[in-house]
Unconditional design. Structure first.
Length: 425
């Protein structure tokens, strides 16, 4: 497997991650029997895409990175080639993974296979054994994962935000790194730093914790804006640029950031530009009495994380993410989503509405939600529950009361009531 990092990467991190790599290798070996043919996807080699040492300048490296990412995405999204038995005119028609329109829905839409649904349910059950949270919230975490999105968890201390990130990495056999954000944290503490080698008389790049599959940025609002901005390129492009070279991050890559909404002393609120990079913002909330009792019983002897085994591996996760992009969404449903998002820009209570990025995020979330619920196409009943987690953090309200998430349900209800339901059949 080709590496996207300088040779020093493996030696520098080897001592720290020896046990982690052993566990991941064991988990992946146990999951090699995953039947990827159920997803109708080609085999894909996981890991880093390109050798960044081949880039001589920043421009060359950036071009190489962009091309490499496009090639990898094509390998994920393009179904395996089948024997062509149609006439040449039909065969010449291009195939596309773009959303299917209403005309394509004239025939019944097949639901996702039972194997896919079983894997998703098994993953959700494994996480539920470790983190006692609402099942709807846990489903939103899976939707965020299937959409390759970044997650912002905003809640009080001690509710399982860090545990959820650790459980997700273990259940998926992915490498996770944690950064505890503080005011003295520097951008290079996240992205990496170049160290001079006196024997070779040159600098070697030492990758930071961002070179992982899941990066947990704990209490991100305690880091300075300069350090917070170090994540922008990683979240938007999946790359890190240092010393005129651009390095690909591993795939899948996901940032899970947490922040405490109760205590603001010594914090730096995330700017709107960075909030918009997060696919969802969730609040885990306090467990009910039954959940809290189960939580206590589960930790009478040890922690549930110690018993959590991998359910999926990197290869199968990428296949499931591509499967979410095959869910049918009609032209009428896309117009409905667009109307909802545009309504946020025209509402008198909103000072800054959702951008087109919000429209794309809502569409992707709707398709992933349909997959998790066993549907082959997006229906209007899936949209209302996605409005707050997908769009809520992208809006700036004039009314201070609406700044609180708990006060916005009536706003979303009115927004949905004002838009006519589409004829998606």
């Amino acid at each position: 497997m080709a590496s996207n990092l300088p040779p020093v990467y493996s030696t520098a991190r080897g001592a720290d991650d020896a046990s982690d790599n052993t566990n991941l290798a064991t988990d992946n070996a146990n999951l090699d029997d995953f039947d990827e043919s159920i997803l109708n996807l080609p085999d894909r080699e996981s890991g880093y895409a390109n050798d960044a040492d081949a880039a001589a300048t920043a421009e060359t490296s950036k071009t190489t990175t962009t091309t490499g990412n496009q090639d990898q995405q094509s390998a994920i999204d393009t179904p395996a080639a089948a024997p062509v038995s149609q006439p040449s005119a039909t065969a010449a028609q291009p195939t596309s993974s773009a959303p299917k329109t209403a005309a394509a829905q004239s025939q019944p839409v097949p639901a996702p296979s039972a194997k896919v649904l079983a894997l998703l349910q098994q993953l959700q059950n494994s996480l539920a054994d470790v983190v006692q949270i609402n099942s709807d919230t846990l489903q939103l975490v899976l939707v965020n994962l299937l959409c390759r999105g970044h997650l912002l968890i905003e809640d009080a201390p001690g509710l399982g935000k860090t545990t959820l990130a650790r459980a997700l990495s273990q259940a998926l056999a992915l490498r996770m790194k944690r950064v505890q954000c503080t005011p003295d944290l520097m951008p290079s503490d996240i992205t990496g730093i170049s160290v001079y080698n006196s024997e070779e008389h040159k600098f070697h790049f030492m990758p930071g914790p961002v070179f992982s599959n899941i990066l947990l940025a704990d209490e991100i609002n305690r880091a300075t804006p300069r350090t917070q901005s170090a994540l922008l390129e990683a979240m938007a492009e999946g790359t890190v640029t240092a010393d005129r070279k651009t390095y690909n991050l591993p795939k899948p890559f996901m940032v899970i950031a947490t922040q405490n909404p109760v205590e603001y002393k010594g914090t730096f609120p995330l700017p709107e530009a960075q909030l918009d990079r997060f696919f969802m913002r969730l609040s885990l909330g306090y467990p009910d009495q039954e959940q809290e009792l189960r939580l206590m019983q589960a930790q009478l002897s040890g922690h549930p994380l110690d018993k959590l085994s991998a359910v999926l591996n990197e290869k199968s996760l990428l296949a499931l993410q591509a499967q979410a992009e095959k869910i049918v969404i009609s032209q009428a449903m896309m117009q409905y989503i667009s109307q909802l998002v545009r309504a946020t820009r025209e509402h008198p209570a909103v000072r800054l509405g959702a951008s087109p990025r919000g429209s794309l995020a809502l569409m992707r979330a709707a398709r992933a939600t349909a997959l998790v619920n066993g549907k082959g196409a997006v229906t209007p009943d899936l949209i209302p529950a996605l409005l707050e987690p997908v769009l809520g953090h992208r809006l700036i309200f004039r009314d201070n009361n609406l700044q609180q998430t708990s006060q916005r349900q009536a706003f979303w209800n009115q927004l949905v009531a004002d838009i006519a339901l589409p004829d998606y059949s």
